[in-house]
Design a binder for this molecule. Structure first.
Ligand SMILES: Nc1ncnc2c1ncn2[C@@H]1O[C@H](COP(=O)(O)OP(=O)(O)O)[C@@H](O)[C@H]1O
Ligand SMILES: N[C@@H](CCOP(=O)(O)O)C(=O)O
Length: 321
């Protein structure tokens, strides 16, 4: 699920009077998602998504996220567009939460993506990186090296409950990454969470990207590594080089990677695997039993991290060097 906050119909109707959105016909909570509460609204005009921003989203970051969607959409990327209120603001308040209305994107996410879809995702990621240039707001990545350590310190004492030996393994991984993290690679606005559930398709055609609520400024190739982790491993834990090749070819058809970015892929992929391992581990240990949210398995990302640790050449990801 992701409906943490309920809304009363009268409050919603009042909220909508601030927008030129037509009158409310129906609304329902959307079960998918993890971070925020989302509702699908049907109005006498177009369908809309209402998002109430929850715990992990800093209110001060919302202008970055909403402004970025405007910036990318204006440059031709298919992504939701925030609807401005009558007073021009993009953000309102509902049920005690910051709230926004965004356009409804047609399509659905793929439960079993194939190599041809990975190619499309690679292309769309590169298009986003190119389109993000010139976006004037900045948001440093809160979930990079320092953020990982802070998150780890909150889980460390109980980590061996999840798998014996984790404490030592993750401590030395953090030390390795702190020493080996690449510097000076091309940076810009990254999506930072472009998982299958955040990419919509209509048939085999990619129809758009959603969920920009981890977007930030960081290394562009780090975003590529996030996608390799999220799209190119099979359920049994094996890396699928056909998918990796397709994704990297799709990306490079729009934005070729430099030799430095290619050489850094194994380290970046270790970092991105660790990042999702750490947020999942924290949620695993802190989400109360019976909470209406599906906890994601941290060990899936530990296995990916171990794969990247034994990579000797970036060619193993499917790059022709
Ligand atoms: N603009 C949109 N158009 C259509 N559906 C959307 C849109 N935004 C969100 N959704 C629906 O809401 C779900 C959760 O959205 P998401 O932004 O991923 O939430 P969270 O940030 O809580 O993870 C998506 O899987 C999708 O079904
Ligand atoms: N993609 C993350 C969790 C964030 O979920 P989302 O619903 O906001 O995409 C993970 O898989 O750990």
């Amino acid at each position: 699920m992701a409906v943490y906050t309920d809304i009363a119909e009268d409050d919603l109707k009042w909220f909508l009077t601030e927008y030129d959105a037509g009158s409310l016909l129906s609304y329902k909570g959307i079960a998918e998602g993890v971070e925020n509460s989302n509702f699908l609204l049907h109005t006498s005009k177009e369908p809309l998504i209402l998002t109430l921003y929850e715990k992990r989203v800093e209110k001060s970051d919302l202008p970055f996220f909403l402004g970025l969607m405007q910036h990318l959409a204006a440059r031709g990327l298919s992504c939701p567009l925030p609807l401005p209120r009558r007073d021009g603001a993009l953000l309102g308040s509902l049920s005690g939460r910051p709230a926004a209305l965004i356009s409804f994107l047609e399509g659905m996410w793929l439960r079993k993506p194939e190599a041809k879809h990975c190619r499309e995702v690679g292309r769309a990621l590169a298009q986003m990186h190119v389109a993000g240039a010139g976006f004037e707001l900045k948001r440093p990545n809160a979930l990079s090296l320092d953020g990982w350590r802070t998150l780890w310190e909150k889980s460390e004492a109980r980590a061996d409950e999840v798998e014996p030996g984790l404490q030592d393994e993750i401590r030395s991984e953090l030390d390795f990454l702190a020493a080996a993290w690449p510097k000076g690679l091309p940076a810009g606005v990254i999506h930072a969470d472009l998982f299958p559930d955040n990419v919509f398709f209509l048939g085999d055609q990619l129809s758009g990207l959603i969920d920009f609520y981890f977007a930030c400024n960081d290394l562009l190739a780090y975003d590529v590594s996030i996608c390799l982790n999220a799209w190119c491993f099979e359920k049994d834990g094996a890396y699928n080089i056909t998918k990796g090749t397709a994704m990297l070819e799709g990306y490079q058809s729009v934005r070729p990677l430099s030799s430095e970015e290619i050489a850094a892929l194994p380290v970046l992929s270790r970092g991105s695997a660790l990042r999702f391992f750490l947020t999942r581990l924290y949620d695993w240990l802190t989400t109360p039993e019976g909470a209406m949210v599906t906890k994601k398995d941290p060990l899936e990302y530990l296995r990916k991290l171990r794969f990247h640790r034994q990579v000797v050449s970036p060619a193993e990801y499917g790059l022709s060097l």
